[in-house]
Design a protein around this ligand. Structure first.
Ligand SMILES: NC(=O)c1ccc[n+]([C@@H]2O[C@H](COP(=O)([O-])OP(=O)(O)OC[C@H]3O[C@@H](n4cnc5c(N)ncnc54)[C@H](O)[C@@H]3O)[C@@H](O)[C@H]2O)c1
Length: 258
């Protein structure tokens, strides 16, 4: 599905990272992959990268640092001279922006959450635009359904609503330049990021009761399959879309009866 594609995958930290499964499936589907790691997590990303079928190069990138985004563009230009797709799998919110403190979270923490988790998608795509434009590219980001409010998710929920909107505006502005931009809205998965969400088990239980297909919080492979699809030519007329990979949870109005 991705034969000959050159892809940048951000957000691989541990083998549990959703982006790790995405990188694995992309390689299995024939893509060449380069990863980015961030800050103190960089060495962990380097170690995790070795567990991929074809251990890829890892570039250092804090998505909030325009110089580092420019350095990634430069490195990809040298290696490939083109970029067919990217996965944005980046989110962060300070502790006081999560866990039921919604009414008292200071703007500084909200700003950090919004910048790292929503604005950064725009920053990354625009930073890599000259390479993405070469032969028409696809950008995908990872979302958690922001059409409703969730317990404890607080300003990360607001950031995901912004991310969904950023996706639509990028799709609007970049479609005429041959670039597609989409979200995969995933069900809950046990990752490092999930550990920082207080009361994550509430989600696990809710999915257990409501998702008609069932849902395994330890298996990001179904999400990775959808990401691979959106990065592929099979999705060539899909943009501005939110594709739910959540076992059908989002489509149900109430818990299932036995
Ligand atoms: N785990 C879930 O239940 C779930 C569900 C839906 C969507 N998501 C989203 O999937 C994405 C990946 O998260 P994950 O759950 O795989 O967890 P994860 O902890 O494995 O990945 C989060 C990544 O964000 C990176 N990151 C944070 N700040 C950064 C910065 N300034 N610059 C560059 N990278 C930075 C981290 O290095 C890490 O690799 C996130 O956007 C998350 O919100 C997660």
């Amino acid at each position: 599905m991705l034969q000959g594609k050159k892809l940048l995958i951000t957000g691989v930290l541990t083998p549990q990272s959703i982006a790790f499964a995405c990188a694995r499936v992309a390689q299995e589907q024939g893509a060449e992959v380069i990863l980015t790691g961030f800050g103190r997590g960089l060495s962990i990303t380097q170690r995790t990268a070795k567990r991929l079928p074809d251990p890829p190069e890892v570039l250092d990138m804090d998505v909030n640092d325009p110089d580092q985004v420019a350095a990634v563009e430069e490195a990809l230009r040298e290696r490939w001279g083109v970029l067919d797709g990217l996965l944005h799998a980046i989110a962060f919110a300070p502790e006081d922006a999560l866990g039921g403190n919604f009414l008292d979270t200071p703007w500084e923490s909200v700003a950090t959450a919004l910048r790292t988790s929503a604005y950064s998608f725009k920053a990354l795509v625009v930073g890599l635009l000259p390479l993405l434009e070469e032969r028409g590219g696809s950008a995908v980001t990872l979302d958690f359904d922001a059409s409703v409010a969730w317990p404890g998710y607080d300003w990360m929920g607001v950031s995901k609503a912004a991310l969904e909107s950023v996706t639509r505006y990028l799709a609007r502005d970049l479609g005429p330049r041959g670039i597609r931009v989409n979200c995969v809205s995933a069900g809950p998965l046990r990752t490092m990021a999930a550990k920082s969400i207080p009361g994550f088990d509430v989600f696990t239980d809710a999915w257990h009761r409501r998702a008609p297909l069932g849902w395994d919080v330890t298996d990001p492979t179904p999400v990775a399959g959808a990401v691979a699809f959106l990065l592929s030519e099979h999705a060539r007329f899909i943009t501005g879309e939110i594709l739910h990979v959540d076992g059908g949870y989002h489509a149900m109005g109430a818990d299932l009866t036995e």
